[in-house]
Design a protein around this ligand. Structure first.
Ligand SMILES: [Zn+2]
Length: 156
């Protein structure tokens, strides 16, 4: 399953771009995060050298696995979808059974918007989880990832 995720062209195109060279991160073992930005290790090294000339010490990259997708958000989005649908049902009862369109519409608006937000949130959570699985696949054993590029690969 992880193999399929890594070779899927859609998932491949969803990979983040490097903040410096704007090329997609093809292999997560050769990249890392600097805050919220993605950087190739080689690009980070080039930036580190530039900053060092100016006397600034650039922070080291953090592992791609440092910020795993949170399971709690999936729960919140599922609840939003669930209770949003309940609001829409209440709206339907007010409009059709009670003949109270005003109250019905007051329930209908959040009853449409909240489930939509829930579905979008769930889709985003699935996307983040899939990306994380691709990262796990690229890194193999997570403990092997190091913040600096491999000396044979780095360019001056
Ligand atoms: Zn780059």
């Amino acid at each position: 399953m992880l193999r399929v995720a890594a070779e899927n062209p859609i998932l491949k195109s969803m990979r983040p771009d490097c903040h410096r060279c704007s090329q997609p991160i093809e292999d997560y073992s050769l990249a890392g995060r600097l805050g919220k930005q993605w950087l190739h290790k080689d690009c980070w090294l080039a930036m580190w050298r530039e900053e060092r000339v100016r006397g600034v010490d650039l922070p080291v990259l953090t592992s791609p696995l440092a910020a795993p997708p949170r399971e709690m958000s999936v729960m919140v989005f599922a609840l939003m979808f669930h209770f949003g649908i309940a609001l829409a049902m209440i709206a339907w009862v007010f409009i059709t059974q009670e003949d109270d369109t005003g109250t019905g519409l007051a329930f209908l608006v959040p009853g449409v918007l909240i489930p939509m937000a829930g579905v979008l949130g769930l889709a985003l959570s699935v996307y983040r989880r899939r990306n994380f699985e691709v990262m796990l696949h690229d890194l193999g054993r997570p403990g092997v990832w190091s913040a600096v590029p491999n000396p044979e690969r780095s360019r001056d």
